[in-house]
Ligand binder design. Structure first.
Ligand code: FAD
Ligand code: DLZ
Ligand code: SF4
Length: 510
């Protein structure tokens, strides 16, 4: 036979570069569910179920197209516990000329695969992943010589490159690159949010859900109410559903949070974009089309496209430019362990409880919950970046190191010293109160800062400002916070720090 083609669990598209020019008659595809990939972190059970079911459906799709597929089903007793072991066994059976694969999205596994040619004594061809708008080389060229990288400037380049929302005169549609200032409305129950697109589990998914409950019962989360799409056809239906029912309000309520609505007007497409069931550029083109046909306003359409060709591409570029050192950074020298309530949701802070509980049930929380609730708390409390990064990598269905790490370590924790973001997103309870209705249901009082019932975010915010004066006092975007801190009476400052110190010493109880 000719070649073995390895397709990873997040490469589920027939357009993947590893399949280009292959011959279904002679080449053989390998897709493998393996212990090491399913267990290198405490993946949410729904994430494992989504990937295993999507991998099985994709293998069937390839077989229908005439490919020979060797599918390795998960077996806890299998001696082949890693992708390398599965590939080695296939090499022994089929004696291929070479192994072909598309570059892996995570440094950890990429590093292993790049040693396979020696370990397996076989030529290994690793092809570029063309599912991104910006190649690694293009990003490195753009970043060259810049001390700090700013998403906004990168995003404009990507708009020009793709032509998305650009006029024939090469100007941004609407005369502005960014309509974020329109995207900060609080949501008070109207218009009604559509809820997520749902697919009821078919036989394959039902089998996978039972497998996950049997063998991954020590993993975070639940498989109950599994409704993710697991085929490319249903992921396309999920996109259509978003375009019809949520996109028109996506911009207005992008930053809103709600005590009784988990999904609001978000697309819930990241699990599909990240595993290959949807193509990012095709999604952006479909979204732009809704603006040109007057079915969605520009603030929604631009805001959505910016998340994909801006943020998503930007964080991937940063990841590959800086790994593996990036993962080790801890520029604010945080030492505190992650509180246990991140795994249980067992805390009196309503915003934290609701976000963690939604995460546990859905393997999903939307961006502002991740950034301004669980992320903000970890930043203010000085949690070790490695601990909080592990948590984010585990708990979401869309989590892969290349996208999770820069978002958590860089955007949330500022542990890269401001390389990714110009200022930390630190905020007191006032922000959460402005953008949600959590505080009305909370045992803490958002208007208090030093009393026993005071919202923990309030004093922790000032503690953060105070303890990081050396790092931030000269940051022009933070000057006002330091002036506000310095203006407060010494007794008030002392009371705020005392309350924060108490909270930090009793984190597990709050
Ligand atoms: P929508 O709000 O509908 O946004 C549309 C799309 O834009 C998303 O599907 C996603 O592909 C993209 N997007 C939006 N924001 C970002 C961003 N900051 N970085 C990259 N892509 C973005 N996203 C992941 O895909 N995987 C992760 O592991 C991940 N970890 C995160 C960790 C933290 C601490 C934070 C603050 C954000 C993280 N994000 C991650 C980004 C973002 O929160 C999710 O992409 C988003 O919530 C997914 O839900 P959605 O599809 O409904 O997004
Ligand atoms: C996340 C994941 C899981 C849970 N299981 C598998 C698996 O069994 N087989 C596989 O090929 N990939 C899996 N993945 C995805 C990989 O761990 C890894 O995150 C991506 O391939 C990185 O690009
Ligand atoms: Fe969160 Fe504070 Fe509001 Fe409670 S009062 S919900 S802890 S912001």
């Amino acid at each position: 036979m000719a070649n073995l083609i390895l397709i990873l669990g997040d490469q589920l598209t027939p357009d993947i570069s590893a399949l280009a020019d292959a011959d279904p008659g002679t080449d053989r595809v390998i897709i493998a569910e393996v212990h090491d990939e399913a267990s290198y972190t405490n993946h949410h059970r729904k994430k494992i179920a989504l990937l295993f079911s999507a991998m099985r459906h994709f293998a069937d799709e390839l077989r229908r197209q005439g490919w020979q597929v060797d599918y390795h089903h998960y077996d806890p007793d299998s001696s082949a516990r890693s992708l390398e072991a599965v590939v080695a066994a296939a090499v022994r059976s089929h004696r291929p000329e070479r192994l072909i694969t598309t570059e892996c999205g995570e440094w950890r596994l990429d590093h292993q695969i790049r040693q396979w040619h020696e370990r397996l004594d076989l030529p290994v061809e690793i092809r570029a992943d063309h599912r991104f708008v910006c190649s690694k080389k293009e990003f490195a060229d753009w970043a060259e010589g810049r001390k700090q990288l700013r998403m906004e400037f990168f995003y404009r380049e990507m708009r020009r490159k793709t032509g998305l929302l650009m006029t024939p005169e090469e100007e941004p549609e609407g005369g502005q690159w960014n309509f974020d200032s329109d995207n900060r409305k609080k949501w008070t129950g109207k218009p009604k949010a559509p809820g997520p697109f749902r697919v009821e589990p078919d036989e394959i998914t039902a089998e996978v859900l039972a497998l996950v409950d049997r063998h991954f019962d020590d993993h975070f989360g639940t498989t109950e109410d599994f409704h993710f799409a697991v085929t490319r056809e249903d992921a396309q239906n999920a996109l259509e559903y978003f375009l019809d029912y949520a996109l028109p309000c996506f911009g207005d309520y992008q930053d809103a949070m709600s005590d009784d609505e988990d999904w609001l007007f978000h697309s819930i497409l990241s699990p599909y974009l990240n595993c290959g069931l949807l193509d990012p550029l095709t999604v952006c083109e479909a979204v732009a089309q809704r603006y040109y046909s007057n079915q969605a306003p520009l603030n929604a359409v631009e805001g959505f496209i910016r998340q994909i060709i801006g943020w998503r591409e930007f964080v991937r570029g940063i990841y590959w430019l800086n790994m593996p050192d990036y993962a080790e950074q801890n520029r604010l020298a945080n030492q505190r362990a992650l509180p246990w309530f991140y795994w249980t949701g067992d805390t009196g802070m309503r915003c934290m409880h609701k976000t963690i509980d939604a995460t546990r049930r859905n393997a999903y929380a939307h961006h502002i919950q991740r950034l301004m609730v669980t992320g903000n708390f970890a930043l203010l409390a000085g949690i070790k970046p490695a601990d909080i990064c592990d948590w984010y990598l585990a708990v979401y269905a869309d989590a892969y190191d290349w996208v999770e790490l820069p978002n958590t370590l860089g955007m949330v924790m500022h542990a890269d010293g401001g390389y990714l973001g110009s200022k930390p997103y630190a905020a007191s309870g006032k922000y959460i109160h402005r953008m949600s209705d959590y505080c009305g249901q909370c045992k803490y009082n958002v208007n208090n800062a030093t009393e026993d019932d005071a919202c923990p975010f309030n004093s922790l915010y000032w503690h953060f400002i105070h303890r990081h004066r050396d790092e931030f006092a000269n940051n022009p975007r933070m000057g006002m916070m330091y002036r506000n801190w310095d203006k407060q009476k010494p007794e008030r400052r002392e009371a705020l720090l005392k309350r924060a110190d108490w909270l930090l010493a009793h984190l597990e109880e709050i």
